[in-house]
Every structure is written in structure tokens, then in C-alpha cells.
Design a protein around this ligand. Structure first.
Ligand code: NAP
Length: 350
């Protein structure tokens, strides 16, 4: 068995940081050796510093670890970042400059031309951008997309490859856990829908174009398509549901679209990555599904669910897409990114 790589978590006390702690417990390749957060948390045990919101207890080996400040010098081979975006830009840059690979959830570096925005099943070859990064010391930054982008792109990729994609309309119903802790006030969300999530629609309209783009000549050429996004916060705990309609270059029937999902040649299927779900995409024929409470946890929260694939009278096809926002859309996605980087030889023991 390979020796486990030592992992630090930046923003370990937050909602995403807690998912990292939970998902890395017993991970066969990675072992948490450092936890870091703000000065408010530093110097306290993880149990004292984190307002643990998981239903299972904090793993024993983590509970008494002392939280540190986010300064390079942490004892680890690479870091995961669940940092608040207001500080992620500066701190992730500090770590990359100091020679740490940074596997980030934050938005700050996602659209930088030399930074991979990565979903392993969609664009594993974009990691070649790492070779262009100029931190100078072996450090680099890899990002995963916004939590509502992930499900959408996983569902669009087989359609884009099989039929071409002209335009996309998407409306989201996004879970509360996506807003961090304590997130949206109960008085704002109980018995209500909030039809605005700051900055979200812009991310959903731009990140997919990079993810679905082609890396040629060292540059990602974005996919030439147009996306219209409308984002809503709903009183759901976990799981972002999206209603999507698409215009295709070569029109397809719902049966052909379902066949494209089922036959999609998942590029990482043979790599044996511990967090990779099987199936990558689950298609439901029962029109009541997918639903957040019933299916967000499929494949350990890593499977993307698609249902109600049917004709659209305005575009060509429409469907419902569901993905777990703090697992596939955040910590689980980042862990899968790190596993791919191990497989490709980018992540190693220091
Ligand atoms: P959160 O619950 O508010 O946690 C933020 C974390 O950042 C905490 O650990 C906090 O530490 C730390 N932090 C804040 N200010 C800091 C500072 N000055 N120095 C060092 N650490 C600091 O937020 P979250 O929901 O986990 O989101 C974290 C990141 O992931 C964000 O960039 C978010 O956009 C992204 N993301 C979230 C989701 C999701 O579904 N929630 C999905 C995808 C991406 P303290 O506890 O010490 O304050």
C-alpha cells in the first residue's frame, strides 16, 4: 500500500472544511496532518473551534488537533482550501508561492488562464495548465467549480460531445448549506424562496464554458455556447436541483439523450480513484426523481442525478439535474481532483 500523503485543510472550521474532515476520515491515500482557519480559531482544539454541524461525531484523531493560522509552514504535502473568498486569494497565493499544491474550492483563481478549473470526469487533461504556473517553487493551484456549476456541467458534457450545444437555460433551487454557516437567516428562508444569490448567475454562465472548452496550444478555448441562469435559494438542507433546457446543434430525441448519458466514456473510469462514483451520472425514468432529500447522497454524494429528460417546445430538450453541493460541489469534488492529480503524478510526498 502507498504511504499516505499528508494533507492540510485551510478553512477547516467552515461548512466545506468540515466536509473535508468527514470525507477524509479513513481515506486510503490522504491523512490530515494540519488544520488551519482564522485567528479566531487558531490555538483552540478542533472541537472547540469548529461549530460541528455533521450528524456523526468529529473523528477521534481530529477532535483534539490544534487549529493553526493559515501561514505556510504547515506540516503537509499539499493543502485543500475551504477558505472564505474574501481571504482565499491572498492566502492560497501565499501557499502556492511557498511550494504547496493548493486544491481549492474558492472562486478567486477559477478563471485564471493558467489555473485548471477541474471536474475529473469532464476535463482531466486541463491539469496540463499546471505546467504553466509560475509560483516558482513547485507550488500550484487547482480549483473546482461553483457548486451549482458542477451538476450542470456533468449533465451537459455528454450532450455537448454527442450533439453539440447551442444554448442553455437553467433555473436553480439551491440548498441552504451552500451559503456556509450560519448562512441565510431562518426568517428569510422558512416558508419562502429567495430569488437572488449574489454572484451565482455570473459563475453559472461563465465557468461551464471553460470546463467544456478544449485545451489547445496551452490555452483553454472556451466552448462557444450561451447560458442563461436564474438562481434561487430554497429551504432545502443539501443538494442543488436545477431545471435545464438546451438547444443542440444536431437535434436529439430524449431516448438519444439518455443513451448519450449512459454511453458517456468516463475518462477516469479505469483509474481506481477512491472517491470516483459509479455511476458518474444516474438517469431516472420515474418522473418524480431526482429529489434532493432522496438522491443528493447517491454515490456518497458524488453521483450526479438526471431525470425528466423530455422534449422542450422552446429549445430541443429539457431535464432536471441534481448534485450534492458540499460533497460533489465542494469537498468531495476537491478530493477527487486531488486523487486525479496523484494518478497523473502532480501530487507527491514532499
Ligand atoms: P464558511 O462556513 O463561512 O467557512 C469559511 C472558513 O474560512 C472558516 O474556516 C473560517 O475560519 C475561514 N476564514 C474566514 N476568514 C479567515 C481569515 N481571515 N483567515 C483564515 N481563515 C479564515 O464558508 P463555506 O461555506 O465553508 O465556504 C468556503 C469556501 O468554499 C468559499 O470560498 C465558498 O464560496 C466555497 N464553496 C462553498 C460551497 C458550499 O456548498 N458551502 C460549495 C462550493 C464552494 P473561522 O472559523 O476561524 O472563522
Amino acid at each position: 500500500m502507498m504511504e499516505r500523503l499528508r494533507v492540510g485543510i485551510l478553512g477547516a472550521t467552515g461548512a466545506v472544511g468540515q466536509q473535508f474532515v468527514r470525507l477524509l476520515a479513513g481515506h486510503p491515500w490522504f491523512e490530515i496532518t494540519a488544520l488551519a482557519a482564522s485567528e479566531r480559531s487558531a490555538g483552540r482544539s478542533y472541537t472547540e473551534a469548529a461549530n460541528w454541524i455533521g450528524s456523526e461525531p468529529i473523528p477521534d484523531e481530529i477532535a483534539s488537533m490544534i487549529v493553526q493560522v493559515c501561514d505556510p509552514g504547515l506540516e503537509c504535502d499539499f493543502v485543500f482550501s475551504g477558505l472564505d473568498a474574501s481571504v482565499a486569494g491572498a492566502l492560497e497565493g501565499d501557499f502556492a508561492r511557498a511550494g504547496y499544491p493548493v486544491i481549492s474550492n474558492a472562486r478567486n483563481f477559477r478563471m485564471e488562464p493558467d489555473v485548471p478549473l477541474l471536474i475529473p470526469e469532464v476535463n482531466p487533461g486541463h491539469t496540463a495548465l499546471i505546467d504553466q504556473q509560475k509560483w516558482g517553487t513547485g507550488g500550484f493551484i487547482v480549483t473546482n467549480p461553483n457548486c451549482s456549476t458542477v451538476g450542470l456541467v456533468c449533465a451537459l458534457k455528454p450532450l455537448a460531445d454527442a450533439f453539440g450545444l447551442e444554448s442553455v437555460h437553467v433555473s436553480t433551487m439551491q440548498a441552504l448549506s451552500g451559503a456556509g454557516y450560519p448562512g441565510v437567516s431562518s426568517l428569510d428562508i422558512l416558508g419562502n424562496v429567495v430569488p437572488y444569490i449574489g454572484g451565482e448567475e455570473d459563475k453559472l454562465e461563465t465557468e461551464p464554458l471553460k470546463l467544456l472548452g478544449k485545451l489547445t496550444g496551452g490555452v483553454v478555448q472556451p466552448l462557444h455556447t450561451v447560458i442563461s441562469a436564474q438562481c434561487n435559494r430554497v429551504a432545502v438542507l443539501d443538494g442543488h436541483l436545477e431545471t435545464v433546457s438546451v438547444r443542440l446543434t444536431e437535434p436529439a430525441t430524449p431516448e438519444q439523450a439518455v443513451a448519450a448519458f449512459r454511453d458517456y466514456p468516463n475518462p477516469i473510469a479505469a483509474f481506481g480513484l477512491p472517491t470516483a462514483p459509479d455511476p458518474f451520472i444516474k438517469v431516472f425514468e420515474d418522473p418524480r426523481f431526482p429529489q434532493p432529500r432522496r438522491q443528493a447522497g447517491l454515490g456518497g454524494g458524488m453521483t450526479v442525478s438526471v431525470g425528466r429528460v423530455r422534449p422542450c417546445p422552446v429549445q430541443d430538450l429539457r431535464m432536471v439535474v441534481l448534485s450534492h453541493n458540499t460533497i460533489r460541489g465542494a469537498a468531495g469534488g476537491a478530493i477527487l481532483n486531488a486523487e486525479l492529480l496523484v494518478h497523473q503524478g502532480y501530487l507527491k510526498a514532499k
